[in-house]
Design a protein around this ligand. Sequence first.
Ligand SMILES: O=C(O)CCC(=O)C(=O)O
Length: 260
Amino acid sequence: MTITDLKSQRDQMHRGFQLDGYVSIPDFFDSEEITRIRENKDRYVRDIVPTMPETEVYYDDKNDPDTLKQLQNMEKHDPTFFGAMLQPDSKLTMLAEICLDEAVVPKNLQYFNKSATASTPTPPHQDGYYFHLTPNLAVTMWIALEDVAPEQGCVNYVQGSHHYGMRAHGASGTLGFSQGILDFGIPNDLDNTKSFPCKAGHVIAHHSLTIHWADGNTSGDKARQALGAVYFAARCQIDERAKAAYQARLNAQLAEQGKI
Ligand SMILES: O=C(O)CCC(=O)C(=O)O
């Protein structure tokens, strides 16, 4: 999809995002673009991950590099390639502005993997619970780096759930997604669930209040690699103190459990 295509579909995408709490765009990145992103991801894992703080690199099994699960702030550690993906003139930034229909600031480029040998479900959650924002207005773009079938742990959204505010969250016990919705599974959740198996290059973008989750990878032989690009509405206030306190508590817990 080109910038021109994005501009021409602006109204339709924005309306869909407002109504459903997400948009789904197959072929957002073409195969050449995805190949380039994957090559740079491989370079990043080889050259940059060894230099990163352990609080930004999670493994399902710390002793097995094949179980790399999550990376944070890739745009800061590699401004030339991953930073450029979030620049003001990038397709991702334009999509974020279309979704929210206002100025946005990029916050985090993440890597999410579910390895073939060790992976856990992503608990039902709302990203906004982690963001500490007023108003809670942000968008996450989830970018498939490979084809993802349901058994690899595709993402599921509860359609329209962003209209109903923040649900109560509590400790999930899941590395990388420490908080989950406590009463998930009420009929409204189950009746409105939409699943997103997708091809490499597909982008799904969700509101910070949209409930989403993913199963573990049970394929046995395939990974499930994706990037997540987070943007906040520029006018949001961040409660930095609450955010830093939460992160410090989490890091201390993970260190105590030997996970980082
Ligand atoms: O990749 C996943 O399993 C979930 C990703 C997610 O929760 C997110 O992008 O906010």
